[in-house]
Design a protein around this ligand. Structure first.
Ligand SMILES: C[S@@+](CC[C@H](N)C(=O)[O-])C[C@H]1O[C@@H](n2cnc3c(N)ncnc32)[C@H](O)[C@@H]1O
Length: 322
């Protein structure tokens, strides 16, 4: 028999010995997972005995963590934007820096509302949003929660990732508004029924509408496109932590030999799908900015902005479609 304090002490000693980063947190999270308790409980009950079965399960997870499996693969979950997401080895584990994508997207949408002279309460009414390379669905679902009337298309090239994302959408009760599509970037996003209708007024008149016309841009349908694409260079693979290199999906990590290869297609396809004034929000790799920013040519894009993450790295690139 062992108790909570001893199990924790032994677990973290094993993880420290194996040079696991944040070993105390990892040992705690695994114990919480096995016991089905929260953090307050384990610190309030250090002398509580643990059953032999729970202790065996805990130390089995400690061994797996010590050998490099990410904690999130062992617990099956990760928090993002205050929401709990299911994660499996088929999806990238949502990262805290990706929350900047959500912040920037919401800020830009709010500025758009302000410019249009509308109320500052963003409900997402009438907004069509795309999340390209959705993985666990964390970006699409966080935006769906923040914008309860928005309609969201979330794409991924990985069918296995989309299965996880769909379960996460159900878990967070947004599956009626988040539509998942298996495709490369945004190339299969439907344009049928997505016509961009321009209201017509007679010149000089501010009286009622006098008909409408469908523009030639049938596919320029989205108000916002967000993406955290794969952006690690294959040449950097040896520098990655073993937890990442050996356990997260290659398709989610590598953007090509250099890392930034997917951005050109992403930006071109986004230009074809965003409405005039529509917003593009892209997460960047630690060294992607010099290669990616020049792709936002002045013919198609304006109001280009860069947001740094908490470590001071340029992390999010934003632009507005002309
Ligand atoms: C860096 S992960 C991001 C996942 C999730 N959006 C997040 O922020 O945690 C990139 C995702 O893009 C997907 N992906 C890779 N190449 C793609 C492509 N050509 N078209 C669509 N999705 C792609 C991967 O399967 C993976 O789920």
């Amino acid at each position: 028999m062992t108790d909570v304090r001893s199990a924790l002490k032994q677990g973290l000693a094993q993880l420290r010995e194996a040079q696991v980063p944040s070993y105390t947190l990892a040992a705690e999270l695994l114990l919480l997972h096995v016991l089905g308790r929260d953090r307050t409980w384990i610190y309030a009950h250090p002398e509580q005995e643990i059953s032999a079965a729970d202790a065996a399960r805990y130390f089995e997870l400690i061994v797996r963590r010590a050998s490099g499996e990410p904690t999130q693969h062992l617990t099956g979950k990760q928090e993002f934007w205050g929401l709990e997401f299911e994660v499996t080895p088929d999806v990238l584990i949502p990262r805290p820096e990706t929350e900047h994508v959500i912040e920037v997207a919401l800020d830009r949408l709010a500025v758009g509302e302000l410019r249009a002279g509308r109320k500052q309460t963003l409900t997402g009414e009438g907004l069509q949003i795309a999340d390209i390379g959705t993985g666990s669905g964390c970006i699409a679902i966080a935006l769906a929660k923040e914008l309860p009337h928005a309609v969201i298309f979330a794409t991924d090239i990985s069918c296995a990732a989309l299965a996880v994302a769909r379960r996460n959408a159900t878990r967070h009760s947004v599956s009626d508004r988040v539509h998942f599509l298996e495709c490369s970037l945004i190339d299969k996003v439907p344009t049928v029924g997505a016509r961009y209708i321009v209201p017509l007024r007679p010149e000089g008149s501010n009286s009622g509408l006098h008909g409408s016309r469908i523009t030639e841009y049938e596919s320029r349908f989205f108000d916002l496109i967000a993406s955290n694409p794969p952006y690690v260079g294959r040449r950097e693979a040896a520098t990655l932590m073993r937890e990442v290199r050996d356990h997260e999906p290659e398709i989610a990590l590598y953007g090509g030999e250099e890392g930034y290869e997917l951005y050109a297609g992403l930006i071109t396809q986004s230009a074809a799908h965003l409405k005039p004034g529509g917003i593009l929000v892209l997460e960047l790799g630690h060294n992607s900015l010099p290669a990616v920013q020049p792709l936002l040519d002045a013919i198609n894009w304006t109001n280009v902005g860069v947001t740094n993450d908490l470590a001071g790295m340029p992390r999010v690139l934003t632009a507005e479609r002309m």
